[in-house]
Design a protein around this ligand. Sequence first.
Ligand code: SF4
Ligand code: SF4
Length: 111
Amino acid sequence: MAGDAIDTAGESPCQSCGACCSYSENWPRFTIEDDAQLDLIPAQFVNARQSGMRCEGDRCSALSGKIGEATRCVVYAVRPEVCRTCQPGDAECAMARRRHGLPLIASAPPD
Ligand code: SF4
Ligand code: SF4
């Protein structure tokens, strides 16, 4: 969900995952976004401190669907930077998928 990389089958594994969006309430935090970018995120998905996405437990409130089956980010087009940089197969992906009992994804080979 977080990343937008495409696997060899042409489909992102994130669409049937969502594990990193439900890993830690501290994860979908704001970092380098400017005010104009943050203003695009609907207020109901932003936490009280305005420091990141609002979570319910470890799960981001913008995550829709069932983890490991079919998930979707309802603010995908305006999601925070950390969500854009997490990619299938990277270290954060592996930690999140392990937490949810999902098989790990092989990293893409270097170009
Ligand atoms: S844990 Fe990995 S595969 Fe799952 S949504 Fe995040 S980046 Fe995608
Ligand atoms: S904003 Fe979207 S991509 Fe980021 S953690 Fe929440 S559901 Fe996942």
